[in-house]
Design a protein around this ligand. Structure first.
Ligand SMILES: NC(=O)C1=CN([C@@H]2O[C@H](COP(=O)(O)OP(=O)(O)OC[C@H]3O[C@@H](n4cnc5c(N)ncnc54)[C@H](O)[C@@H]3O)[C@@H](O)[C@H]2O)[C@@H](O)CC1
Ligand SMILES: [K+]
Length: 554
């Protein structure tokens, strides 16, 4: 499991270590300088302490300790014979680190006057022609989007047109660097310019965080230099796991520095969690010799209409294939026939269930003539709210079922956390609007965690917000899962997730009702399994997960 901690908690954890004289910055910088470089050597497989003659490194240096990390990494790289330039966006950069860097013979360019700095254009060209860029503009000390010269610099580096022109005008200054082949002119983090001389762009390593992201909330309100790799120190930060910022972090690499123990000693809760395969393997219900179909869990599915029968087929199939003891299907005969044709083990009609999975393929309230299906969905939700003979029943609610939730909340107040909603951004905006919020899809996409949290507050339900990175908010620590691939953005994908989660809720039916934090964990586990199932085989077999980007592919 990855646990992410707020900037404030990371700072608090640093204090005892710094007070006892642990040289955190030097440690961070050494790891930065050694971990960042093996792929830059001509063979691409050199040792992390090998000399780096001819390798060009650009340090983007801001005014805080993040810039200090970059400068201290520069000291190590200079010692390995790299050609290093430090582009400083402020007159006041970390004093000790600057002194060490200058003493080591590092070249410093003062860009504090912004684009009117005399060296602005030539430094941009140097940065673009380098092999490695260490982005040390700002880390956990960031407040708001990038501003001032840091903003100017990142805008210039990511501005496609200006950049392509700069590259063309400096295209002879490539120097004797390591072998590089076959990439188009590209901006840093931008799309390749077309039809130009082939030329690589540097590998970008974010120091602690990509500069410009919301470190705690994952928002992106200004320019960000999209990293190939983020080396994060002490603890993972929530913004590295949360969309949209997570899309700028590249591959994450965590460097402990001894902080995780210090954080644990603080006794605070993490700000965010991400389950991994092991967590899900530990959690997943495995049948034993004493099990029967009822003890494994019965899922009741209310999904599909004659217009959208496939949703019912997909949801029931997913529930069956992820190990439900039994799947019941409730819906029109025509749909039931399709379901049974695909999954003969599905049992049509009513009976006791241990979790409901409702909503895929149902019409939105008032939009269709399938009042019967919506009534079934309402009845299922009532079983979550009003305990029956066997207690309350967990429910996963998707798509058309979300309108039923909205009406229920308006009529009867909050729902329990064992109701799990699985909207995508558009559906979440619609749900929030129906509950009186002024929200559009773009607002949700810009701040997914905040909106999922708001929906949880207003409904009481656990909220799984689907997306390239899926966010889950219940009464406890939220989760963020990024296990899938963009290939999963297809019709029917959400129906499958509903079925998977239905099976998990049925297997843990009583526990999910008793422990209000469990449904979120089960939802995160379902998102992981759904994601892993949707990864194309070529990526699924890639190992290890964290690899350096092949520069020739950029
Ligand atoms: N405290 C420590 O001992 C350690 C800190 N570490 C590094 O130190 C970083 C934190 O250092 P700081 O607390 O100095 O903070 P940062 O270096 O992250 O940023 C603070 C500086 O950036 C400026 N700034 C803030 N928001 C900005 C924005 N939106 N646009 C432009 N400039 C902005 C501020 O004026 C301030 O000068 C971590 O991210 C990590 O890289 C590591 O060296 C490990 C040890
Ligand atoms: K940074």
């Amino acid at each position: 499991m990855i646990e992410a901690w707020s900037a404030e908690d990371v700072r608090a954890a640093e204090v005892p270590l710094l007070e006892s004289g642990v040289p955190l910055m030097e440690m961070a910088a050494f790891m930065l300088a050694t971990t960042s470089t093996p792929a830059l050597l001509p063979t691409g497989s050199g040792d992390e302490l090998d000399a780096l003659p001819g390798v060009r490194v650009a340090l983007l240096v801001g005014s805080g300790a993040n810039g200090g990390d970059a400068l201290q990494a520069g000291v190590v790289l200079l010692g390995r014979e790299a050609d290093v330039v430090a582009a400083c966006v402020s007159e006041n950069v970390h004093e000790e680190a600057l002194a060490a860097y200058v003493e080591a013979g590092g070249r410093v360019v003062d860009l504090s006057a912004g684009p009117s700095s005399p060296d602005w254009s030539s430094t941009l060209a140097d940065i673009l022609a380098s092999d490695l860029v260490l982005d040390g503009l700002v880390g956990i000390g960031a407040t708001g989007p990038l501003r001032g010269v840091a903003e100017d610099l990142v805008r210039s580096l990511t501005g496609a047109d200006e950049l392509a022109r700069t590259l063309e005008s400096t295209s002879t200054s490539t120097g004797p660097g390591p072998a590089r082949k076959g990439t188009a002119i590209a901006t840093l983090g931008g799309r390749p310019a077309t039809g130009k001389t082939e030329r690589p762009r540097p590998v970008i390593v974010a120091v602690d965080t990509p500069s410009g992201i919301g470190v705690d909330d994952g928002t992106v309100e200004g320019p960000v230099l999209t990293a190939d790799v983020t080396l994060t120190f002490g603890a993972t930060k929530p913004g590295l796991l949360l969309p949209p910022a997570a899309h700028h972090a590249g591959d994450l690499h965590f460097i402990d520095l001894g902080l995780s123990q210090s954080i644990a000693e603080q006794g605070a809760e993490p700000a965010l969690r991400r389950l991994d395969l092991k967590d899900v393997a530990d959690l997943w219900p495995v049948p034993g010799p004493w099990d029967d179909k009822y003890s494994r869990g019965v899922v009741g599915v209310v999904a599909g209409t004659p217009a959208y029968p496939g949703a019912a087929v997909l949801a029931t199939t997913a529930a069956v294939r992820t190990g439900a003891g039994m799947v019941r299907y409730l819906g029109p005969d025509a749909v039931a026939s399709s379901v049974l044709a695909a999954r003969p083990e599905v049992v049509p009609g009513t009976g006791r269930v241990q979790a409901w999975a409702i909503g895929p393929g149902l019409p939105t309230e008032g939009a269709g003539d399938d009042a019967g299906q919506l009534a079934l969905a309402r009845a299922a939700l009532q079983e979550a709210v009003t305990p029956g003979e066997h207690g309350a029943v967990p429910v996963v609610v998707d798509a058309g079922g979300l309108d039923v939730v909205s009406l229920l909340v308006q009529d009867g107040g909050p729902l329990p956390a064992h109701v799990v909603l699985t909207p995508h951004a558009g559906e979440l905006a619609r749900l929030l609007r129906s509950l009186g919020e002024r929200v559009h899809r773009a607002d949700v996409e810009a701040a997914p965690l905040a909106h999922a949290r708001r929906a949880h507050e207003l409904t009481g339900a656990t909220v799984l917000l689907k997306g390239g990175v899926t966010v889950v908010v219940g009464p406890g620590v939220p989760y963020s899962q990024a296990d899938g691939s963009a290939w999963m953005a297809t019709a029917g994908s959400g129906d499958v997730l509903t079925g998977i989660l239905g099976t998990l809720l049925a297997a843990f039916s009583e526990e999910a009702v008793e422990d209000p934090e469990l449904p979120a964990r089960l939802a995160a586990a379902a998102a992981l399994v759904h994601g892993v199932a949707g990864v194309p085989p070529t990526r699924a077999v890639r190992s290890p997960r964290w690899t350096w980007p092949a520069r020739s592919r950029r």
